[in-house]
Design a protein. Sequence first.
Length: 301
Amino acid sequence: MAQAQYFIGIQGQVWQTKEKQQWLTHQVIKRSYFELVVPKITALKGDFDVVQYGELDYSTAKYPLMIIKSRDWDDAKPTLLVTGGVHGYETSGVFGAIAFAKTKALAYVEQFNIIVAPCVSPWGFETINRWNPQAIDPNRSFYPDSPAPESAALMDYVKGLDIKIKIHVDLHETTDTDNSEFRPALAARDAQTHDNWNIPDGFYLVGDTTLPRHEFQKSIIKQVAAITHIAPADDNGKLIGVVMEQTGVINYDTKGLGLCAGFSDSDYCTTTEVYPDSPLVNQQNCVDAQVAAITGALDYF
């Protein structure tokens, strides 16, 4: 697939402030974080501590950043961190995180401390966007002195807990709009050429190249395969241009790329990728797959 020319900027020139502001003027609110997400989180106060760990002050709204945290905290227990909505447009990540807290988490609280951040990027959720208003990708911004307040707030909160994260499951989607909007925008913003445009039809995982945890990833894939189909390799034995480590699993340098899954220094991390545009799934199936990924991670131990 040839790289599409984006409608903002001049080909071959990196975006400056003018182009980023022009991009921002085209972003509109399409759904409500305050109506669709916040009430679902606050409804869990009967069983969990619901904590506001920060606030994003953007021109559209002041967005409270919310954490769902298990009670009876015990530093001797392993801790699970679930993150969703780092890319706000990836809907099942947000609602999968909430569904796990609502339907499954209590079954694990005797064995694990549990932290769930369901919607790290609420402006991205509302505008159905990968970036924040500064045209910054929060999922490439999990590093010290992060330029993305979404990333910085979560890192600060987790650091303040002063506890070792044992397991980190970061919930994502790969969508058709990655090709129609977000990759062309990224190529234009950074004046780069993107050669791989394959979108896998099915669920897959992204592990960490430095700590791949083969059997851990395998446990997750096994549980998710009972819910939805696992993405097959392409004709080159790859997924999104990366050689498969095992069925449904590729590995990235999570910390080197500034990915959410890497900042927590967990012993076991994975990033889920659901494909909601497949004709074989629906919205509920995608949410269920995200929940199965989290329980698959926990059931490994």
